[in-house]
Ligand binder design. Structure first.
Ligand code: HBI
Ligand code: FE
Length: 287
């Protein structure tokens, strides 16, 4: 079966990964982690990204993320997925699987629904140290995997995968991808000691971690499903709006019901710009 690489979102450029690899990419888009292919420069890039990002976390990343990060294992070189999976599977029944890069939505949701998190297995070049357009192994491992060790968040991620397959059948993937964007990628959580990041796109970015949690520039609105799924997002700049939850239990409970009526209501509503502010928005203030 010819594996058509996924090009999704606003991007026209072909994705970066090698989606053929001499037939090593399975129909579900998973492939072996080609550990021997990593160069010393790749390991060095991972180690430098890890050191810089982990030093920024106190006071900016949520407690659950900081507590789970050591479960990634090695920080001085790219971890072996089998090594992570020994711990991850025991913790929440999840495992990370290697993929060549971005994959189409149905294979993506199917993997999540089966507690398999797709991790791009290549890493950015040293020249891309500060910014990369497409998620690489550092974004996926450092940003997404630690919270899969948290049972409530891990259950939410599986429910999100199942919900994604449902959304696909209802042609509502665009609305659901906004929820994904504003929670799993760029979500904030309100702790007793202040706002913290739990979204992978924030946690894996040195610039946006400070901006999202501390800057007075963006607005921060308490998560509301309809409001969030109406709100467009930016894929190549800091977010103008961040949505805030009070706990992962709240996120899980809020997204547990069937979204079909929500999608019906959304189809009658205009999408909102990323910087829109409505009178009924509940703002979360920097304290
Ligand atoms: N593929 N590998 C990978 N990682 C993602 O995070 C990802 C994807 N494909 C689609 C996708 N995310 C988004 O469209 C989600 O909203 C589904
Ligand atoms: Fe991501």
């Amino acid at each position: 079966m010819a594996i058509e690489p996924a090009v999704y979102g606003a991007s026209e450029r072909p994705p970066r990964g090698d989606y053929v690899r001499g037939g090593q990419v399975a129909p579900d888009y998973t492939c072996p982690q080609n550990y021997a292919a990593y160069t010393a420069a790749d390991h060095e890039t991972y180690s430098r990204l890890y050191q810089r990002q982990s030093a920024l976390l106190p006071g900016l990343a949520c407690d659950e993320f900081i507590a789970a990060l050591p479960s990634l294992g090695s920080s001085s070189q790219i971890p072996r997925f089998d090594d992570i999976n020994e711990r991850l599977y025991k913790a929440t029944g999840w495992e990370v699987v290697a993929v060549p890069g971005l994959i189409p939505e149905v294979p993506f949701f199917t993997l999540l629904a089966n507690r398999k998190f797709p991790v791009t297995d290549w890493i950015r070049t040293p020249e891309e140290f500060d910014y990369i357009v497409e998620p690489d192994i550092f974004h996926d491992l450092f940003g997404h995997v630690p919270l899969l060790f948290n049972p409530v968040f891990a259950d939410h991620m599986q429910a999100y995968g199942a919900g994604g397959l449902k959304a696909h059948s209802l042609s509502a993937c665009e609305q659901l991808s906004r929820l994904y964007w504003y929670t799993i990628e760029f979500g904030l959580i309100r702790q007793a000691n202040g706002l913290r990041a739990y979204g992978a796109g924030i946690l894996s970015s040195s610039g946006e971690l400070v901006h999202a949690v501390r800057s007075p520039e963006p607005q921060r609105i308490m998560l509301d499903l309809l409001r969030t799924m109406r709100t467009r997002y930016k894929i190549d700049s800091y977010q103008q709006t961040y949505f805030v939850i009070d706990s992962f239990h709240q996120l899980f409970d809020m997204t547990a019901p069937d979204f079909t009526p929500l999608y019906a209501a959304l189809s009658a509503m205009q999408p909102l710009a990323a910087d829109a502010l409505l009178p009924e928005d509940k703002l979360a203030l920097l304290n």
